[in-house]
Design a protein around this ligand. Structure first.
Ligand code: SF4
Ligand code: SF4
Length: 387
């Protein structure tokens, strides 16, 4: 585990960053990181791991992945302080060299090598214990990050099917090797339980710094096939929950609809309200951000739910919960069937077919569909009530 000390729980910052021109990004990064406590903790010879969001082998313009220019500029800043810098991620699917190389090429990440960084080539993992965990007490942790002295979480701000949005907290799901992710989804079927697992991972890894690329964000069918949208910001902070609270405020999403923020509150890791962050976000907040369509996660059962509340909440969840559904763009490639943790998908007459009785609404199929054919469908009641 990495140490996170005096800067814990400080407010995040946002800094305008109009585009991905290297000089613009460098200026914004310096300002944002400076306001978030600086980099004096980086010592010569220290091995710093930058955990990016490389959820799909997509070009930077798709806004699905952390843009290579901010990653490269951060690499430069760390190298100037004498650190050894390694960058990577473990997206869904096999965590193996050929697939990661494809991702490095597509996402433009080779730029970080020119800046002196190393793109991860260690695809091993180790089962680590975390007795303090609420949802997981041990998990498979990728060795490349385990071997680092400090972790920087460099995420992307996007819509997300299961969790409503993804930024810093959800980005750490990538510390679990891709092949294990399906299993963890299946074991944590309830969104609140999954959210608790994300909080466990954040509490274990304790990133020393969190950065969020919100220059071009993704809305709609996120986190991989949505629509890029300009926001023009870089976010920085030492507390992933408060940084994501800022992200939610910018996107105009209510916190109670983001299960992991609710989980952090229940565990005393996030205050009930945060006027400072609300004020910071207000001038930039989007009023018409298009969500992925999965709007009912906050009706999910939590361990505090008892008796009548449990029954009512369960009923609401069933009425409001969204579901995945392939549209006419489905080419029957079978990728969704291969990635589905519940084995709920079969390919029939060249199209994906979902067995709803088996589906756990994890939206992995939507995330990894290469054509964007798998959509999140809101329930009739959700549409009727405008949710
Ligand atoms: S991954 Fe997408 S295109 Fe391929 S079968 Fe599934 S829904 Fe169809
Ligand atoms: S069909 Fe899609 S949402 Fe349902 S369990 Fe499978 S991957 Fe998850």
């Amino acid at each position: 585990m990495n140490e996170r000390t005096e800067n814990d729980r400080t407010a995040p910052v946002l800094v305008p960053c109009a585009d991905y021109a290297p000089e613009t990004v460098r200026r914004a990064l310096e300002e944002a990181i400076g306001a978030a406590g600086g980099l004096d903790w980086v010592k010569p010879g220290m091995r710093v791991g930058i955990k990016l969001n490389l959820c799909a082998a997509k070009k930077p313009e798709a806004a699905a992945t952390t843009h290579p220019v901010p990653a490269a500029e951060l690499t430069r800043m760390l190298k100037e302080r004498g650190a050894e810098v390694v960058l990577g991620d473990s997206p869904g699917g096999p965590f193996v060299a050929p697939l990661m190389h494809r991702s490095y090429e597509a996402t433009g990440l080779r730029l970080c090598e020119a800046a002196g960084g190393t793109l991860n080539e260690d695809f091993g993992y180790t089962e680590v214990d975390f007795p303090e965990g609420r949802s997981i007490r041990s998990f498979a942790y990728v060795d490349w990050l385990r071997s680092c002295d400090a972790v920087i979480n460099f995420c992307k701000l996007k819509s997300h099917g299961m969790m409503g949005m993804t930024a810093a907290v959800k980005n750490l799901y990538g510390v679990i090797p891709g092949t294990y992710k399906s299993e963890y989804h299946y074991r944590h079927e309830d969104p609140m339980n999954f959210a608790d697992m994300l909080v466990d991972l954040n509490e274990y890894v304790k990133p020393r710094l969190c950065l969020c690329d919100a220059v071009e964000i993704m809305e709609g069918n996120g986190p991989t096939m949505g629509t890029p949208r300009h926001l023009g910001l870089l976010l920085a902070g030492t507390d992933p929950y408060r940084l994501d609270r800022l992200g939610a405020a910018l996107l105009g999403i209510r916190e109670r609809e983001i299960p992991y923020l609710e989980a952090a509150k229940r565990r005393g890791l996030l205050s009930a309200a945060d006027p400072e962050i609300a004020g910071m976000a207000a001038p930039w907040a989007l009023r018409d951000f298009q969500r992925s369509g999965a709007t009912a996660s906050w009706f999910a059962q939590s361990e505090e739910d008892r008796g009548l509340r449990k029954i009512v909440k369960r009923s609401m969840y069933v009425l409001f919960r969204s579901r995945p559904a392939p549209d006419r763009d489905c080419v029957g490639c079978g990728k969704c069937a291969a990635d589905c943790p519940a084995k709920a998908i079969t390919i029939v007459k060249g199209k994906a077919r979902i067995d709803r009785s088996k589906c756990i609404r994890c939206f992995c199929c939507q995330e990894f569909c290469p054509t964007g054919a798998m959509k999140v469908r809101r329930s009739f009641v959700a549409k009727l009530t405008g949710r």
